[in-house]
Structures are given as C-alpha cells and as structure tokens.
Design a binder for this molecule. Structure first.
Ligand code: F6P
Length: 288
C-alpha cells in the first residue's frame, strides 16, 4: 500500500498533526509531495520520514511545504500530475475549496483520494469545520486582548485587520470574544462619518475604540487616512494581524480535530474504501 500526502494552498495549523498521524500508521509507505500540487506536477515526491513529521506534529505550518498552484488547472500540467499520482494507492489532499476541486479532478480520472478540509478561513463548503480556524481565531483574540490595554491607556483607536480571502468567518468569530466597537466585513459596511462619531464619542468619555476589518476590503492605511478626515485629535493606529493567524501553535481543540480527521482518513485507506472527503458536520466527523 503506497500512500501520498500533499498540503495545498495556505498552510493551516493542524496539517502537521495529520501528517504525523498518517506517518505513524503507514511509516515507510507514506510519501509526500513537496509543495502541494506543484510537487505532484514535477514529481518531487519522497518518503515522509525525510521531513521529520514527528518533530513537527504539534507545530503550525506544513513540514512537507505548501504552494498555490494555478498550473494544476491546465490540461498539460494536470496530466503530468495525474501520471505521477497514479503510482499511489491513495492520494491524501489537505487544503481549501480550490484543493478540493483539484482532488476531485484526480478522483474523476481514476486516482483514489482522501480530502481533509484545511484552511484557516473555514470556508470549505462541504464541512462545518476546516482545520486551522480555531487556532487563527484564538491568535487574533489573544493579539487584540493583549494590544487593547495600551490602546486604552492612550485613548487611541486601533484598527485590526484579520485574514479571510473570500470569507469573513474569522472576523465574525473574533468579534464574539473581544468587545470591539465595530466590525467591517464587507465594503458596504464602511461609513466614515458614523465611525468617526463613535471614535470621537469614546475619546470624550476617555475610552479607546477598536475596529476589526476583514482583509482585502480596503488598504488599512488608506482607511485610516479617510477616517482621519472626520475624527478630532484621536490617534488612530492600524495593525495587520497577519501570519500570526497561520503560524501560531495549534490549539488543543485544533489538535483534536486534526487527530480525528486523520483517523478517518486512515480508516478509508486501511479498509481500501472508495475515495472520500472527511468532514465535520452536525458535531461529528463523517466521510462523504
Ligand atoms: O489560507 C487562507 C489565507 O490565509 C487567507 O485568509 C488569505 O487571504 C490568504 O491565505 C493569504 O495567502 P498568502 O499567504 O499566499 O498571501
């Protein structure tokens, strides 16, 4: 039984745990594609043990490396990848929606696959949970909670930009745990005059203001320039929470999800079942 694993798209905390659980089961029969689908195209494949999976099992990132690989969508490169994938009994793909599509394309062309939703954005349509989300949310919450005392001390306003390419789930979840004054999760939410009133009012009451903004809505510096046109003497600072969201050590809950995703994947492979995706739906781990 030869099993191949790859991590595709943005890395997500929990990926290393899955790799390590699979390694413990399949040992020298587990192979890795370096840098996701890119490695599959270029046949950059080697035994997982080379990447020391046990050493990284509780760390964020991916010891077998990730990449975004638009070439995989083209017929020429897909066929190269397909040829390489066919050397294996199963290909395990960890990634988001784009990677799920890539995984399905392999399945439809005769490769047995297992997909595990892995993106901090938590926007994989088939699953209620994608690994990485809990860690990303916790990283933001802790960042904001540890920043606000100093913002409070100066009665400043702080804008926190959080990740989410096409999706505002991180922003909305973080808001539940920090008492921020405003959340901007799409362009239509922006009303500088209204924001300025809140900021000025807070300042008068000797209070700070915190605003969460989802990435890719507006450049944070431009946002501050526009806001300053309406605010009085309040100092406004902007911070991009950034890769802390992906690079933070997986939370205990994350490791629990990763372990269960991995166990189901092992089940499919050991029992030689048909291709499947592991999802978390209605509070349980399922195979579809
Ligand atoms: O992996 C998801 C994500 O973190 C998105 O939230 C974000 O838009 C994107 O990746 C950033 O990707 P990159 O690190 O390639 O710039």
């Amino acid at each position: 039984m030869k099993v191949l694993i790859l991590t595709s798209g943005g890395d997500a905390p929990g990926m290393n745990k899955v790799i390590s659980v699979l390694y413990k089961k399949f040992k020298e029969n587990l192979y890795a594609c370096k840098e996701g689908f890119k490695g599959l195209i270029n046949n950059e494949i080697c035994k997982v043990e080379v990447f020391e999976p046990k050493r990284y099992e509780n760390e964020a990132g991916s010891c077998i490396k990730c990449s975004r690989c638009p070439e995989f969508k083209t017929k020429k490169y897909f066929n190269k990848a397909l040829e390489n994938a066919k050397q294996f009994d199963y290909v395990v793909v960890l990634g988001g929606n784009g990677s799920f599509k890539g995984c399905n394309d392999l399945t439809q062309n005769g490769v047995k696959t297992v997909f595990i939703p892995s993106t901090i954005d938590n926007d994989v349509e088939i699953s209620d949970y994608s690994q990485g989300f809990d860690t990303a949310v916790n990283a933001c919450v802790s960042y904001i909670k540890n920043t606000m005392p100093t913002i409070e001390a100066f009665k400043r306003c702080c804008i926190f930009e959080v990740m989410g390419r096409n999706c505002d789930k991180i922003a909305k979840e973080v808001q539940k745990y920090v008492s921020c004054d405003l959340i901007i999760s799409n362009e239509n939410d922006i009303n500088y005059k209204k924001f300025a009133e809140i900021i000025n009012e807070n300042y008068k009451k000797e209070k700070a203001t915190s605003i969460i903004i989802k990435e890719r809505i507006i450049d944070i510096n431009q946002f501050i320039i526009n806001l300053k046109k309406y605010t009085s003497n309040v100092e406004i600072r902007g911070v991009i929470v950034g890769y802390l969201q992906r690079g933070t050590k997986p939370t205990a809950k994350e490791l629990f999800y990763a372990k269960n995703f991995a166990k189901k994947a092992v089940g499919i492979i050991k029992e030689n079942k048909r291709s499947g995706a592991i999802i978390f739906k209605n509070n349980c781990f399922q195979i579809i």
